[in-house]
Structures are given as structure tokens and as C-alpha cells.
Design a protein around this ligand. Structure first.
Ligand SMILES: [Fe+2]
Length: 454
């Protein structure tokens, strides 16, 4: 067999005692034959996995074999349990006489630990818009965990002007084999592969993993639900998730806890949405009960959409209905439920923002009840945005920057630090990375340090 590890390796869903290991076999990743995704013949392939405490696989070796099945596009999801908390591990795969690259992963901290957790927030990586240089730099940081807050792929037709072409099937995608091929295109990128191999990921999705701006069951038609089901299946096949889709659904909202320090509540703002609700009743109830009872220092919402009020001066609509400004009552319930230490991370808008969450956004004198940091994009182009005008119209928003990059964060028992890490260009390789702003919070307001906003 030719090298089947062209899409790299990944790990994810860290718990104190285990992680999920992932790969997807693809001897010819851009093969567009619907019956042979990744160029793989339609039969099962045996895959051996290994995990150890050292990169040479001599300490604490664990291993096993499983079958990569054509039903799941030859993806492999290994749930390894019985590991030590807060510990590094290394893993690799073997198939058809080929050895994969080695990945590094890490379990979550012991529930009683108060150790700081180092994490990154990434999102929005439209392939043809630019190179994933930011991921190369992120890989070097080797955080404890990476959270992806959506737009891992774009289902859209290839942009009119491209930095690099999508290759076969550049049109809008809607069928299972097309979603699979689009993921394969993205995952062939060496910088993305490096970031996956450097740390475990916990991804959630936004709209472009299925269809621009879709909500819930869309128009409820059979063709849309078929399309959504195909997109969800391909998402699972290409991410290191613990659970697989069933009957067209995929359980995405979940909690990942790091000791006594951080409770990461990963939200799904798409699958359960309807006209009246961003999260749906069951997810909101789940979130509320955890916000009220969590004994952990930082309650961290990890989700795609701008959470604070953002009034954009100029012609209406001045508030974006697709984001939390379109669900103000639900947002107010969440803000009222969180006792202290609320931090929201978001993406979607392709620019960096930071701000304070207010008990009443229309009253600057009202209590500050949390902070929000909005990741820019890894490569996706930003819309035309008058940052200074928006800042002036929203006193609770404190920072804007229009470069590409990610957020590099440390949550400790006393404080949370967020560094805005940016590259100056993505239209060619090799951009250096810089910290363009750094923020600190102790649980109420936001302090900025070393800020050199553009
Ligand atoms: Fe995006």
C-alpha cells in the first residue's frame, strides 16, 4: 500500500484519564471518485496504534489494532483510557507496512489539581484564502489543548481570487463524498497537520461545516436533512471526536474540565437552533445547571458567535441577527446564571476583538460580569469593518485588530491571560508571528498590557 497517512494524525477530547487518537487513511487524498474517498479501495484495512510516554515508544507502551472501515471513510478513532492525568503522551499508527508521523498529546489535569492550563483558540481557515502559517507557530507553542470554534472547512464554491486552489471539485459541496474530499483538501496542509500533531484538540462547529448561516433543521426538507447528515458524518470522520453521529445527529455540546481551574463548556450553536433559541431547550438547561454549580475558578464558554452586544454604526441592520444579538433574552439568562469567572471565547467575524460582558450592555455603569475574546481567523479574509467606529459605539468593547492569527491563553487559579498572536500576511508562506496585545483578568474587568493594535 502507498503511504496512507497523507492527512496526518490527531488527538482530542482530553479527559484526566484518556484521549482519542485519530487518523484517516488516504493513499490518494484528492481522488474525486465518490466510491473511493482518499483513493482507498472499498474494503476494511487493519490499523495498529501505539501510545507511550516517550517519543521513542519505550516507556509505558500501549497498543492495539482495529479495522478502518470504508463506511467511515477509513477514519480511525481510538479511545485510550487508563492514562495519568496532566501527562504528555506520544502516539503513532501503522497500516499496510507504513508508519505514521508521531503525534504528541496530553491528558486533562487531575480533578483536584490547581495547575494553570495553557490553551489556544483557533477558527476560520478558508483554504484558498491563504496559508496556515499561524498553525505552524501554534504547533511550536505545544499548548495543553486547542479549541477550534468553527469554520474548519468552507462548503462554498472556491473564491474568485485565490492564494491557492482547492483542486478537484472547487464548486459548492453538498454530498458526502464532496464533504470528505473538502476535508481531505484541508487536511493535506502540513501546517494544519503540525498543529494537530502538537496537542489534543476539542473542536466545535459553526455554519460552514454544513452550509452558510444554516439553523437547526433548515427548511426541514429531506434534501437539506440529507445534506446536513452527510456534513455531520464527514465532520466526525475528520475530527478526533469521542462520539459518532447517529440518525443524522451528532452530540457536540460538552464539558472539558481542567482540575479546579477551568471548566470549558463547548457549545453547539447550529444543530439545535430554531427561530426562538440559539441553543435549544436541552442544551440551555445543561449549560445553566453547570454555570450555577461549577466549583471551578473559570467558567469558559467555547463557541463560535460574537457574544457581547455589537452595535455597528451605519445603515441597518446594526445588530447581527445570526449572532447572540439576535438572541438577547437567552444571552441575558446565561449572564445572570454565571456567579463569577465567566469567560467567553468566540470566532466567526474574522477579526480580533476583546471586551467586557455587562449586566446591561446599554448601561456602561452596570456591573461587569465577565470578559470575551474573539479569535480572528487562521486564513479567512475579513469583511470590511470600521473597527474604531464600532469600538466608539460600544464602550464595553476594548480592542480590535484586523490581522490573521489565534489566541494563546493561560488560565490559572488567580488570573487568566490572553495573548493575541498575529501574522502580517497569509498570501505567502513564512510570516513571523507576533503578540500584538495581551490581556489579563482576575474575574471582573479586563486589563490590557503591551498592546500595539493596528
Ligand atoms: Fe469563518
Amino acid at each position: 500500500m502507498a503511504n496512507p497517512f497523507t492527512l496526518g494524525v490527531a488527538s482530542g477530547e482530553p479527559m484526566p484519564d484518556g484521549v482519542v487518537l485519530w487518523t484517516r487513511l488516504a493513499v490518494d487524498p484528492l481522488n474525486a471518485d465518490p466510491l473511493r474517498p482518499g483513493g482507498m479501495a472499498p474494503r476494511a484495512v487493519e490499523v495498529r496504534w501505539q501510545l507511550a510516554e516517550d517519543e521513542r515508544f519505550t516507556q509505558g507502551l500501549r497498543q492495539g489494532t482495529l479495522q478502518a472501515l470504508p463506511t467511515w471513510a477509513h477514519s480511525v478513532h481510538v479511545r485510550v483510557a487508563g492514562l495519568k492525568p496532566g501527562a504528555d503522551y506520544f502516539y503513532r499508527f501503522r497500516a499496510g507496512g507504513n508508519l505514521s508521523p508521531v503525534g504528541r498529546t496530553r491528558t486533562a489535569d487531575d480533578p483536584a489539581a490547581a495547575r494553570p492550563v495553557r490553551f489556544a483558540i483557533v477558527n476560520c481557515q478558508r483554504y484558498e484564502h491563504g496559508f496556515y502559517t499561524a498553525y505552524r507557530h501554534l504547533a511550536e507553542e505545544r499548548p495543553d489543548v486547542v479549541f477550534h470554534v468553527g469554520d474548519y472547512i468552507y462548503e462554498s464554491r472556491q473564491a474568485a481570487t485565490v492564494v491557492r486552489p482547492l483542486g478537484p471539485v472547487p464548486g459548492e459541496i453538498s454530498r458526502l463524498h464532496e464533504y470528505r474530499l473538502r476535508y481531505a483538501r484541508y487536511r493535506t496542509d502540513p501546517d494544519l497537520q503540525a498543529a494537530h500533531a502538537a496537542a489534543p484538540w476539542v473542536p466545535t462547529w459553526d455554519d460552514h461545516e454544513v452550509l452558510d448561516n444554516y439553523r437547526g433543521r433548515g427548511d426541514g426538507s429531506a434534501p437539506f436533512l440529507r445534506r446536513r447528515g452527510a456534513a455531520y458524518q464527514a465532520y466526525y470522520e475528520n475530527q478526533p471526536l469521542r462520539v459518532r453521529p447517529q440518525d443524522g445527529h451528532l452530540q457536540m455540546y460538552r464539558r472539558r474540565t481542567y482540575g479546579l481551574v477551568a471548566d470549558f463548556m463547548v457549545l453547539d450553536v447550529r444543530q439545535h437552533r430554531d427561530a426562538g433559541s440559539m441553543l435549544g431547550a436541552a442544551q440551555e438547561q445543561w449549560l445553566m445547571s453547570r454555570l450555577l454549580t461549577s466549583p471551578v475558578r473559570w467558567r469558559v464558554l467555547v463557541q463560535p458567535l460574537f457574544f457581547a452586544r455589537r452595535f455597528v454604526p451605519g445603515p441597518p441592520p446594526n445588530l447581527r441577527p445570526d449572532s447572540w444579538d439576535g438572541h438577547q433574552a437567552e444571552r441575558a439568562r446565561i449572564l445572570a446564571a454565571s456567579a463569577s469567572g465567566l469567560v467567553v471565547f468566540s470566532g466567526d467575524v474574522h477579526n480580533f476583538w476583546a471586551g467586557e460582558l455587562k449586566a446591561d450592555f446599554l448601561d456602561p455603569a452596570s456591573a461587569t460580569v465577565g470578559v470575551e475574546f474573539v479569535g480572528s481567523s487562521i486564513s479567512s479574509r475579513p469583511p470590511q469593518t470600521d473597527g474604531p467606529a464600532v469600538l466608539a459605539a460600544n464602550p464595553h468593547l476594548k480592542f480590535f485588530d484586523d490581522r490573521r492569527g489565534y489566541l494563546s491563553c493561560v488560565a490559572g487559579p488567580d488570573e487568566l491571560r490572553v495573548a493575541v498572536r498575529a501574522v502580517d500576511f497569509v498570501d505567502r508562506r513564512g510570516a513571523p508571528i507576533r503578540t500584538v496585545a495581551e490581556f489579563l483578568t482576575k474575574g471582573d474587568g479586563l486589563t490590557s498590557e503591551n498592546t500595539s493594535s493596528k
